[in-house]
Every structure is written in structure tokens, then in C-alpha cells.
Design a protein around this ligand. Sequence first.
Ligand SMILES: Nc1nc(=O)c2c([nH]1)NC[C@@H]1CN(c3ccc(C(=O)N[C@@H](CCC(=O)O)C(=O)O)cc3)C=[N+]21
Ligand SMILES: [Mg+2]
Length: 295
Amino acid sequence: MTARLIDGKAAALSLREQVRVAAGTFAQAAGRRPGLATVLVGEDPASAVYVRSKIKATGEAGLESFHHKLDDATSEEDLLSLVADLNADERVDGILVQLPLPTQIDAAKVIDAISPDKDVDGFHALNAGRLATGLDALVPCTPLGCLKLLRAELGDLSGKNAVVIGRSNIVGKPMAMLLIGESATVTVAHSRTADLPGVVRQADIVVAAVGRPEMVKADWIKPGATVIDVGINRVLTDDGKGRLVGDVAFSEVSQVAGAITPVPGGVGPMTIACLLRNTLVAAHRRAGLTVPQEL
Ligand SMILES: Nc1nc(=O)c2c([nH]1)NC[C@@H]1CN(c3ccc(C(=O)N[C@@H](CCC(=O)O)C(=O)O)cc3)C=[N+]21
Ligand SMILES: [Mg+2]
């Protein structure tokens, strides 16, 4: 391996510590701790694991956490009514409704119902529009985490060629907006891109968010490029066990790249740290307090 390993776990721990300190200062000023409400509908085991680790991190950072676990058969009406209650609850600064939702519920409708001031996932159209137009937004946690890793690794991103692989509303599109905001030159590639390997080879920065295990190969990568792997794919191994792999073929790409994030231990932990960060930012804005610069 020749690439530098980008330690997302360490970066996430340090951001979580900054959040913990700032949450204490907030509590002194506001007379209450920042609050995050999590909503889990149904029994999907992977979702339950993620929500549990979010709740644990929330407590460790000194934030108040309000968890709502709803039955798999919950109606859209009942979920919308819970969201309305959380919107009205002064103790709640952030609302996270874990995705995916069961098929009887229209996720777009639920996201639209969350108060944009409490939308710590940054999925509401108002926050997407604010990000796209350069206004103060709540920014989706995964791309924000990627940007923080890129800034720590590379410093100034201006003039760099960045290729984002994937065009989802949750990762690809907001990632592109953030990189444009850093004055990078941004290409958004996806499953229909002609000569995808050739496009990716132009990149100083590659952000892979396609959801296809180990799709990005070594000969797609310009030597020395920085590679951020957003993928989290559970694959079966020969011994019948499961293993987590990213969207990047790590062992070969790490021979060519200048720096690379591992899976696990790369982007995933930063996603959770940024959720806490967004909750703290939302709390400050709602309380009319200045958001700490370092966050
Ligand atoms: N409304 C909503 N917001 C989300 O942000 C959201 C969501 N729904 N639904 C599911 C996805 C997935 N997600 C992850 C967060 C952290 C890790 C993470 O920390 N991963 C560890 C490994 C975890 C493991 O071992 O499974 C790592 O990459 O090192 C993974 C995935 C947030 N999501
Ligand atoms: Mg795609």
C-alpha cells in the first residue's frame, strides 16, 4: 500500500469531542441541552444498529436524545402526526427519521413535513435549495463528513478536479454543491456516464457513492489522487460470513491513490459525527446564538 490512510474514525472522534465541549457552552447559555429526536419505523436490523449507534454518540456528546420506535405497520398519517409533535417540541432541535421507510409511507412527504430548522439530515428541499444557492443550510451529514476529510487531507480544494460518482439527493448532488462551494471543478458521473473510467482518471479527488461493491478499480485512478469511499456494502465471504466493503476496490486502488478512506472506519463514522454537529448548529440557530466557528 502506498496511499495515505485517511482515518475517519479519528477525525470523527475529534469532531465529537468539539461538539461535546460546544454543547456544554450551549447548555450554559440556553439553560437546556441540545436535543435530537430519532424515529425508527419497523424492524430492519441494519437500521436498528445505525440508530442505536447514533443514540449512543448523542448521549456521549452531551446532547439530549428522544427516541421513537414505531411499529412496521405504522400509517403515514401517524408518522406525520409524530413529526408535527416533534416540530412543535421546544426541546427538540434536530429530527432524524431513519430511511428507508416501509412501503406504505411516502418518504418524500415525511421529509417535506420536517421543519427545515430541525432538518439535521439536510434532506428538506429548502435546505437543498439553500445549499445550492450558497445560503446557510443544514447540509446532509455524509457529504459534509466527506468534505471535512478532504479539507483535512488537502487543505484548499480550489482548482482541483473532483469527480463525484453517483447523483443521489442524499450524497452525490449535495457533495457536488459543497465542492463547487470550495471552488473545485466538479463532474457528477453516474451509471450512464460514457467512459466512466476515463472520466474518473481526470480526477484529483474521487468521491465514490454508487452503492456497487468494489466497482472503482486501480486503473481508473490518477496516481496520487485522493479517494473518498462512501459505499457501505455487506458482501458474503467464502467462509460464509459477512464483510463490509466500499464502492472502491481498496486493496488495488490503495497502490495508486495518494490518500484513501477505508471501509469501515472512513466516511461512516464522520456521518454520525456530522449529525451531532448539525444538531448543535440547529440548536444555536433556533436559540438565536452564534454558531461556533470551528464546527
Ligand atoms: N435519515 C437517515 N439519515 C442517515 O444518515 C441514514 C439513514 N437515514 N439511513 C441509513 C444511512 C446509513 N448511515 C450510516 C451511518 C453511519 C455508518 C457507520 O458508522 N458505519 C461504520 C461501520 C458500521 C458497521 O460496521 O456496520 C463505518 O463505516 O466505519 C454507516 C451508515 C446513515 N444513514
Ligand atoms: Mg447512480
